[in-house]
Design a protein around this ligand. Structure first.
Ligand code: NAP
Ligand code: MG
Length: 498
């Protein structure tokens, strides 16, 4: 349940920010003494100055994480003990949920309704779920006969680095750190520069919960300095990343240039929705389609930014879609009356507006929205936008916009719909709308994407793996038991019986 705007403003006015790096259990300045500014994208005003870490600070954090791992202060705990500490961590977050929701909203422009109702509960649930799994991962005995005993055991990988995006700052960090910590690793997190505040505040709760010094470190800084230093570091065993495909590919190179550290990548998307003409409830489909592109201002890797609609149902669907788009209302992110807030920063807003101009210039038909909102506020607001008559070769049909911009393409049959859906370098998520069971099964197998949702927009829940085909991902999956196991190494122990 949300509070009133006035109550959130009061919380905002009384916030204390934790702005320093967290290394070896202490909040510290960077070696250079440098800071960077984080701002509120709804006003363009500075919130705080954040410690800016460079290679030297990354070295300190990796050394602390290595020492913590080698002396087994965390890895050596009984898994049930790690579970208890992580659940306490989740409890402390829960106790401070309003403060964290307001902080996330101020730093990122996300609407308070979402940070309260989605980001916070999901963050807490993610920590609890992976923590609960900590003492439920068994090894194996293999069928090697009675002359020997062969065991397969799982062990933590060691020192893990996590590089995080700005679109769900706390939740994306949690999708990484919860399974990483549950399985006994030590960790260094590099949050996105635009949104560091909540992760830094979480370090205080982590320490209070009893996560030992050196096990969880946070190094705010520039991606191409602190992030790169982590990815090139010879003593990092695995790097896990969520962000753009361009940066993800760099991490693969850095791994090759350094110690062949394992690399897990969650990257971009240009996800399709396909609507077949047999659907009976057009209204329900239109509601989900609007949610799929406008939620979180379209700053969502799995947003369905391409609508591929069968020509027989198109006009009726578009009419309903525009009605549903009107329910997505932009305003002050601290006011729970609004379900859309600000874009994360000015350059990103300009990038999104640039795509809107490109859509018009290349001949797509703007049928809804298409402009900057509240330019006098100092903030970065873009209206929900729909383009019709988009063809597969247009820029707005191919590139990830990461904003509230929907491209509508028209198809004549199932075969063409699947071909269009798969005509992308990405493969993160797809939605299929049909009331025919056979069509649903056929199409959900034919689309190449890590998640397919039927007659809805969904990323699944904590029990389901999340990640991408093609250039949307590289090996890794977030969430589910797979996330726990991917932060472990397999070891075979062979014992002859004499
Ligand atoms: P980004 O520019 O790739 O940045 C992601 C992270 O990488 C940030 O912490 C960034 O640091 C860091 N970084 C930048 N350059 C680096 C380098 N050379 N070496 C190491 N780290 C570096 O992505 P973003 O703009 O934050 O997020 C948007 C993208 O993330 C979209 O493409 C979206 O689809 C994707 N995403 C994917 C998923 C998924 O699960 N598949 C989920 C959410 C978002 P700075 O902040 O300092 O630049
Ligand atoms: Mg900010």
């Amino acid at each position: 349940m949300t509070l009133t705007k006035e109550k959130y403003e009061n919380i905002a006015n009384s916030l204390q920010y934790c702005t320093k790096a967290f290394i070896d259990g202490k909040h510290v300045d960077s070696s250079s003494g440098e800071t960077f500014t984080t701002e509120n994208p709804a006003t363009g005003k500075e919130i705080a100055k954040i410690t800016c870490c460079d290679e030297r600070d990354v070295d300190r954090a990796v050394a602390a994480a290595r020492e913590a791992f080698e002396d087994r202060r965390w890895a050596g705990l009984h898994p049930a003990e790690r579970k208890k500490i992580l659940c306490k961590f989740a409890e402390l977050i829960d106790k401070n949920r309003d403060e964290l929701a307001v902080m996330e909203t101020l730093d990122s422009g996300k609407p308070i309704k979402d940070t309260v109702e989605i980001d916070l509960p999901e963050t807490i649930n993610t920590i609890e779920w992976h923590a609960e799994a900590a003492d439920k991962m068994d090894g194996q005995l293999t069928s090697s006969g009675d002359q020997s005993i062969s065991m397969i055991v799982r062990e933590p990988i060691g020192v893990v680095a996590a590089v995080i995006p700005w679109n769900f700052p706390m939740l994306m960090a949690t999708w990484k750190f919860a399974p990483i910590l549950a399985t006994g690793n030590s960790l260094i997190i590099k949050p996105a520069k635009l949104t560091t505040l909540t992760m830094l505040r979480l370090t205080e709760f982590a320490a209070e919960a009893g996560i030992p010094d050196g096990v969880l470190n946070v190094v705010p800084g520039h991606g191409d300095v602190a992030g790169k230093a982590l990815a090139l570091h010879p003593d990092v065993d695995l790097i896990t990343f969520t962000g753009s495909t361009v940066v993800g590919k760099k991490l693969l190179e850095y791994s090759g240039q350094s110690n062949s550290k394992r690399v897990l990548l969650e990257m971009g998307g240009k996800s399709p929705s396909i609507v077949m003409p047999d659907i009976k409830d057009i209204d329900a489909a239109a509601e989900q389609l609007a949610f799929a592109i406008f939620w979180n201002m379209g700053e969502n890797c799995s947003a369905n930014s391409r609508l591929i609609v069968h020509r027989d149902i198109k006009d009726r669907l578009i009419e309903r879609l525009i009605e549903k788009a009107k329910e997505w209302v932009t305003g002050d992110p601290l006011d729970p009356a609004f379900n859309l807030g600000a874009m994360v920063e000015k350059p990103h807003m300009e990038k999104v507006l640039g795509y809107i101009e490109k859509g018009k210039a290349e001949g797509a038909k703007l049928i809804y929205g298409g402009q900057q909102l509240f330019p006098d506020s100092g903030g970065y607001f873009v209206s929900p936008t729909i383009f019709d008559q988009v063809t597969p070769d247009m820029t707005i049909a191919r590139e990830e916009i990461f904003g509230p911009v929907l491209s509508v393409l028209t198809c004549k049959d199932e075969k063409e719909a699947i071909a269009m859906a798969n005509d992308s370098e990405y493969g993160l998520h797809a939605s299929i709308y049909t009331d025919d069971l056979d069509t649903a099964h056929r199409m959900s197998r034919a689309v190449r994407a890590g998640t397919v949702s039927l007659n809805c927009y969904s990323e699944g829940d904590i029990t389901t793996p999340f990640g991408g085909y093609k250039q949307s991902g590289f090996f890794g999956r977030d969430k589910s038991m797979l996330a726990n196991s991917q932060y472990t190494e397999l070891k075979t122990i062979w014992i002859p019986v004499r």
